[in-house]
Design a protein around this ligand. Structure first.
Ligand code: WT7
Length: 650
């Protein structure tokens, strides 16, 4: 992606006001909602919390002792009850909850009644394996209905889940299981991705060699009998066998508002991935409400969020947000170009999807594949489009608007993070005039500021750090087992204020323009990676003495990993070693971390205190003139690297 200059962005003059017909029918169509929320944000969120069913009302809306918030103190509820039971008790029992397609083309529809039955039975399976309230359960599965059932069953009995994306390696899975000290692992024999089998059970077996906390493994038979896996007796149980004996009814555990709902691991700029904690009442309140506000969700909608449940988008806007609203959700297991590049459009046509939520990286791929794939399909059912995961470049926004949305659908560019739990900055589709590339405004009840290094608010037009000055219900309650790192990462730059790690500016009209990460976190195809994780994976290889990884702009992925590597004596700088190193990172972390470029280097640009200057490496990798090199210990290093790189780009 050619980085659009910030000045060009801030001078964006195209604006798309909501159609009057859309505004009239929108869930939120009175601009007074913003001022109402600003006047008393606690009362505003308390009203939103009434959108859930509570077993016991709360006595205090907010207890704020930075960095720790408690929302809806004293209230009791259950997330699974809100996503399943309360719908299964009504006519929605026979409404489709999940419309699922596997990559090979297998199809299943589960009603809220089906979800209720399966979830209760599976909750009983978990209980029979000794899982009780507070025990952590790890889930490592393909995107099949059972992964949703597994998550909801955990929520039902109060066992926090930790979903690990099926694309992660055995080692990544192992780290996450051990950090959470999970008692049970739920996995599958395999899953489908671009026509190949992802060997989930095999990876799990490798991971479990050193995971002493795991007592039982439940294995879903996704592939069928001709895909053999090893089952360890006494530890491993087939999903189907366990379900056969399970009783039909399992009551919902009444959870305190602040009881842990789940852990989700994400990369930071240093160290191992961190376990982001989300609790029940505040999280459920905000995902429930924002699904109605941002996606304008209605009873009749067919809602499709293309994210995997391994990421927070899948948690908040594939599972907890839409299901707590009783929505009909499409779910698709596989790749967008399998068997052909029109798979998504074929599914939208087939199921008459009305709301479509995807990532800029996917939109840019569709753009590259061309309009002919869309023209084969009737996309007229769509009425709203969403984007998430990284800044969307204006060209991709315009293409999405014209070719997917038929110039008729509002686009919501939604900014948020694993830590924020729910969307914080986004247009309200019935109220906000959108500008291509801008996430526009904070949602009502959310208070972002752009601050300078010292915490002073910056005037419109000036770039700075995005921070949140007031608490919100779905904010993370911390990092599992590491309160110091929590404090250090988010709350030490500005005391009492949440630091997002993103750079941003506001234009003359007050619109927010997100500029990407300001820390050593990179965003590859909408997924968060830390440069340090990639570096650790590289130096783990016998040929590598030292490595520096950076995110380099990439046409489709937004950013791609590039790594500068110093090799040890006795190894040869060859193309086959490059391939070997790429493979090594894939094996250690997962395919998303695979470097696009490996650049052999004799030295790395460092400051006099020994810190690698990644900014200069980015200049080299992106072919720019070198920025300020005066703080370097030896400025010649980076110049020779630049000369060399220009000769050996691959
Ligand atoms: C980081 C969070 C939120 C779910 C997916 C990613 C970037 C996310 C946008 C957007 C510009 C965005 C930020 C943020 N980001 N959405 N609409 N515009 N940037 O969750 O892995 O926790 O990553 O993604 O840099 O900090 P995540």
């Amino acid at each position: 992606m050619e980085p659009t200059s910030i000045d060009a962005l801030l001078n964006e003059t195209r604006a798309f006001a909501p159609a009057e017909t859309f505004t009239q029918q929108a869930n939120l169509n009175d601009p007074a909602v913003y001022s109402e929320a600003a006047k008393d944000f606690e009362a505003f969120w308390a009203k939103a919390a009434e959108g859930l069913d509570w077993f016991q009302p709360w006595t205090k809306t907010l207890e704020w002792s930075p960095p720790y918030a408690q929302w809806f103190v004293g209230g009791k509820l259950n997330a699974c009850y809100n996503c399943v039971d309360r719908h299964a008790k009504t006519w929605r029992r026979n409404k489709a909850a999940l419309i699922w397609e596997g990559e090979p083309g297998d199809e299943r529809v589960l009603t809220y009644g089906d979800l209720s039955r399966e979830t209760q039975k599976f909750a009983n399976v978990l209980k029979s394996m000794g899982v009780s309230k507070g025990d952590r359960v790890c889930i490592y599965m393909p995107l099949v209905p059972e992964v949703v059932i597994a998550m909801l069953a955990c929520a039902r009995i109060g066992a926090p889940h930790s979903v690990v994306f099926g694309g992660f390696s055995a080692e990544s899975l192992q780290d996450r299981i051990n950090d959470a000290q999970a008692k049970v692992l739920i996995t599958a024999d395999g899953g489908w991705r671009r026509g190949s089998v992802v060997p989930l059970k095999k990876n799990a077996d490798d991971a479990l060699k050193t995971c002493p906390s795991i007592e039982k493994v439940i294995v879903l038979d996704r592939m069928g009998i001709d895909y053999p896996v090893h089952m360890q007796s006494g530890r491993d149980v087939w999903w189907r066998d366990a379900m056969e004996q399970a009783a039909l009814e399992c009551p919902c555990e009444p959870m305190e508002s602040e009881d842990l709902l789940y852990l989700l691991y994400t990369s930071g700029s240093t160290g191992k991935p961190k376990g982001i904690m989300h609790t029940t009442g505040g999280y459920m309140t905000q995902v429930n409400a924002t699904t109605q506000w941002v996606f304008d969700l209605k009873e009749e909608d067919v809602y499709w969020c293309t994210a995997d449940v391994g990421w927070v988008t899948g948690h908040s806007y594939l599972v907890y947000g839409p299901l707590s609203n009783g929505a009909t959700c499409m779910v698709y297991e596989g790749a967008p170009d399998y068997p052909d590049r029109d798979r998504f459009w074929a599914m939208i046509e087939k199921y008459r999807a009305t709301i479509f939520y995807t990532a800029p990286t996917a939109i840019r791929a569709f753009m590259k594949w061309g309009e002919s794939h869309l023209q084969k399909h009737d996309l007229s059912s769509l009425r709203l489009l969403g984007s998430v995961g990284e800044p969307i470049n204006p060209e991709a926004w315009m293409w999405y608007h014209q070719h997917v949305g038929g110039a008729r659908c509002p686009i919501v560019d939604t900014w948020w993070q694993t830590e924020t739990g729910a969307i914080l900055i986004s247009p309200l589709p019935g109220l906000t005039a959108t500008k291509p590339g801008s996430a526009t405004h904070a949602l009502p009840g959310i208070f972002p500021e752009i601050l300078d290094n010292d915490g002073q608010p910056l005037p419109l037009g000036k770039g700075g750090y995005l921070a949140l000055t007031k608490p919100w219900p779905s904010m993370t309650r911390g990092l599992y087992g590491d309160p110091e790192r929590f404090m250090q990462t988010y709350w030490s730059k500005y005391p009492g204020i949440y630091f997002t790690g993103d750079g941003a500016r506001r234009d003359e009209d007050g619109y927010f323009w997100l500029m990407g990460r300001v820390d050593d976190v990179i965003n590859v195809a909408g997924h968060r990676l830390s440069t340090m994780e990639v570096e650790s994976a590289l130096v783990d290889h016998p040929a590598v003495a030292e490595a520096a990884a950076i995110g380099k702009s990439h046409d489709l992925k937004g950013q791609a990993v590039a790594a500068f590597v110093i090799i040890r004596e006795g190894f040869e700088m060859s193309d086959s070693l490059k391939d070997d190193l790429k493979e090594h990172v894939t094996k250690k972390i997962g395919a998303i971390a695979r470097p696009d470029d490996i650049i052999f280097s004799a030295d790395l640009p460092k400051t006099r205190s020994g810190k690698i200057m990644r900014r200069l490496l980015r200049d080299v990798a992106e072919g720019r003139a070198l920025g300020d090199t005066t703080t370097l210990a030896d400025p010649a290093v980076v110049q020779s690297l630049k000369d060399k790189y220009e000769g050996q780009e691959d």
